[in-house]
Design a protein around this ligand. Structure first.
Ligand code: B12
Length: 321
C-alpha cells in the first residue's frame, strides 16, 4: 500500500472503474486486481491498485476522487422538515459521523412531535438502524461504525428514559402502578429495542425494570416468579442455540401463565414457528413497538401517556434544542 493510498470498498472501486461489483470481486479472486482483507473479512482495494489496473488497461480517466460517497441516502435538503424521511436522513448521517447534537435534535424532534416512544422506535430508530445494518452487510460500513451508532443512540435514548422516570416520580398516582420487566436472552447483545420498550412503558406510567441483554432465560423465569409483573417482554435478535431456545422460551411462557403475567416477545430472530407457538399459547408476538401500546391499552386503559404530542415535526423542532 503506498503512502497516500486510500482503501476503497468493492462498491467504490466498481463505480470508479465503471464495472459491476461482481466483476470487481471476480477480478480480485483471479488476481487481476490486488485487494486487502479487513479484520471483518471485507475486501478493500487501494487507490494505487485501481490506478495500476486502469493504467494497464491504458485508460487514464479513472483518476481517483478524494472523498467517497458510501451512503446512498436522499440528502435531507431535498426533503421537507415535516417528513419523517428528512429526520431519518439527519439521524443516519449524524450517527455515522458522531454528530451528537444533530442526532439528539432529530430524535427529540420526532419524539416531541409524535409524543410517543413507540412511534419514535418504529418510524425513526428501526428504519435508520436497518439502513446501518444494510451498510454493514454490503461492506460499505465497518462494524465499529455500527457500534459507535448504537452507543450514541443508547446515550440519547437513556436521557429520555431518565426524564420519563423523573416525570413519573413527580406525578401523584391513586392506583397501584402496574409493573413490567424485560430482557434479551443469553448470547443476544442487542439493547436498543429493550430501551425503547422501557421508554414506551414509562411514558404510560408503568413501573419498569429493564434487565438489559444476555440474560439466561431461567433467570428471567426467576424474575417473573419473584416480581410477578403484569407484563414480561423479551426482544430476540440473535439466538445462540436454536435447539435449546424454544424449550427455554416455553419455560418462560409457562412461568408467565402461572403468574398471570402477559408475555410479549419481539425481534427479528423469532421464527414463524416460534411466533405461532407463542400466539397459540396466550403470549403475544410484537411485530413493532406500537404492538406494545395495544397490549397496554388492553391491560391498563386507565394509565395514560404523560407526553403531549406537538403533532408537527416542524413545531417539534423548536422544543427540541
Ligand atoms: C445494531 C445491530 C447490532 C449491534 C447491537 C448493539 C446494541 N447495543 O444493540 C451488534 C454490533 C451487537 C450486532 C451484532 C451482530 N449482528 Co447485528 N444488527 C444490528 C442492526 C444494525 C440494528 C438492530 C437494532 O437494534 N435496530 C433497532 C431496533 C429498535 O429496531 P428493530 O430491531 O427493527 O426492532 C423493531 C421491531 O422488531 C420491534 N421489536 C423488536 N424487539 C421487540 C421486543 C418487544 C417486546 C416489542 C414490543 C417490539 C420489539 O420494535 C422495534 C422498533 O420497531 C441490525 C440491522 C436491522 N436490519 O435490524 C443488524 C442485524 C440484526 N445484525 C446481524 C448480524 C448477522 C449480527 C451478528 C451475528 C454479526 C456477527 N457475525 O457477529 C452479531 C450477533 C451479535 C449477538 N450475538 O447478539 C444481521 C442479522 C441477519 C439475520 N439473518 O437475521 C442484521 C440484520 C444486519 C444485516 N443486515 O445483515 N448487531
Amino acid at each position: 500500500m503506498e503512502a497516500n493510498d486510500r482503501l476503497m470498498t468493492t462498491q467504490e472501486a466498481a463505480e470508479i472503474l465503471g464495472l459491476s461489483v461482481s466483476t470487481v470481486k471476480r477480478m480480485v479472486e483471479n488476481g487481476e486486481l490486488v485487494a486487502e482483507k479487513t479484520p471483518g473479512g471485507h475486501r478493500r482495494i487501494s487507490t494505487s491498485a485501481i490506478e495500476a489496473y486502469s493504467g494497464r488497461k491504458g485508460n487514464k480517466a479513472a483518476r481517483i476522487l478524494p472523498i467517497s460517497r458510501s451512503e446512498r441516502l436522499p440528502e435531507p435538503a431535498s426533503l421537507g422538515q415535516d417528513s419523517i424521511e428528512y429526520w431519518c436522513g439527519v439521524l443516519h448521517t449524524a450517527l455515522l459521523n458522531s454528530r451528537v447534537e444533530d442526532a439528539r435534535h432529530a430524535i427529540r424532534t420526532v419524539h416531541g412531535s409524535t409524543g410517543s416512544a413507540a412511534e419514535l422506535a418504529d418510524r425513526l430508530i428501526a428504519p435508520v438502524m436497518s439502513r446501518i445494518g444494510h451498510g454493514w452487510q454490503s461492506g460499505q460500513l465497518e462494524v465499529f461504525q455500527e457500534h459507535m451508532a448504537c452507543h450514541l443512540l443508547s446515550d440519547i435514548l437513556f436521557e429520555l428514559v431518565r426524564q420519563a422516570r423523573s416525570r413519573n416520580a413527580r406525578s401523584v398516582r391513586e392506583n397501584k402502578v402496574p409493573t413490567a420487566i424485560g430482557a434479551t436472552p443469553e448470547g443476544d447483545h442487542y439493547t436498543l429495542s429493550g430501551i425503547l420498550c422501557e421508554l414506551t412503558l414509562l411514558e404510560h406510567g408503568w413501573d419498569v425494570r429493564n434487565m438489559g441483554c444476555h440474560l439466561p432465560m431461567i433467570e428471567f423465569s426467576h424474575a417473573i416468579t419473584e416480581i410477578r409483573p403484569q407484563i414480561a417482554w423479551l426482544s430476540v435478535h440473535h439466538i445462540e442455540d436454536a435447539t435449546q431456545f424454544p424449550q427455554e422460551l416455553n419455560h418462560v411462557r409457562e412461568t408467565c401463565r402461572s403468574m398471570h403475567t402477559r408475555l410479549v416477545v419481539g425481534g427479528r430472530a423469532i421464527s414463524h414457528d416460534l411466533k405461532r407457538s407463542l400466539t397459540e399459547n396466550d403470549a403475544i408476538f410484537a411485530e413493532d413497538m406500537r404492538s406494545l401500546l395495544r397490549v397496554l391499552s388492553d391491560l391498563h386503559p386507565v394509565v395514560r401517556s404523560a407526553i403531549e404530542p406537538t403533532g408537527s415535526l416542524h413545531r417539534g423542532l423548536h422544543d427540541s434544542r
